[in-house]
Design a protein around this ligand. Structure first.
Ligand SMILES: [Zn+2]
Length: 198
């Protein structure tokens, strides 16, 4: 029987995505063994996250300031808006440093199965942002899943009446991806989006 403290930490960690009870127990054991080396930094980081992070009221990003660093950066093009499902998508796209506009986080995707409708996502605030006419292009950067694409189609329809360019990420073969390892959806999408050989 593990101590009550270890059980409590294990079950707290086991709730993290991708970390089941087994890996949680292993992580706790590692933390106990490396108490002096690893715990202070972890505690400090957790405390900072808990104390300082806020959700940006404009775009839904999570940062230490509201508006977030991206929304308040004058060097970023406010006329380009990239719409994503989750905050992690903002971070992934921004790590790639390819997009110099701003973002809008929906907070999920439409899903009949999970009972997620348009009112459950940050769609009204997206419409408000484009209604002012300050946006030239909306990039729909949904995941290449069925629900992601349903969401993208829905948004494209809602945005249609506004005088702006609506674009979508091209989905296809990931760089370095071997055909053998791709799922059928990706492969089908890549085939449909095929272009002439240059
Ligand atoms: Zn923001």
């Amino acid at each position: 029987m593990a101590s009550q403290e270890i059980e409590a930490l294990s079950s707290a960690l086991a709730r993290l995505p991708g970390l089941g009870p087994r890996s949680a127990r292993r992580a706790v054991l590692w933390l106990v063994k490396n108490r002096e080396g690893a715990l202070p930094a972890l505690l400090e980081a957790l405390d900072a996250v808990s104390q300082q992070l806020v959700e940006c009221e404009i775009c839904g990003n999570v940062d230490t300031a509201d508006p977030c660093g991206i929304c308040s950066d004058p060097k970023r093009d406010a006329r380009q808006l990239c719409v994503v499902e989750d905050v992690s998508d903002v971070w992934a796209l921004d790590r790639a440093r390819l997009f110099r506009g701003r973002y809008h986080v929906l907070g999920g995707r439409l899903s009949a199965l999970d009972g997620v409708g348009p009112d459950d996502l940050n769609i009204a605030s997206l419409m408000d942002r484009v209604a002012g006419g300050a946006v030239d292009e909306v990039v729909l950067a949904m995941n290449a899943t069925l629900e992601g694409q349903t969401t993208a189609h829905y948004l494209a329809e809602r945005l249609e009446s506004h005088p702006l360019r609506i674009t979508q990420l091209a989905h296809g073969l990931p760089v370095g991806g071997e055909l053998d390892y791709l799922d059928e959806g990706t492969l089908a999408q890549a085939l449909r989006a095929r272009r002439p050989v240059e």
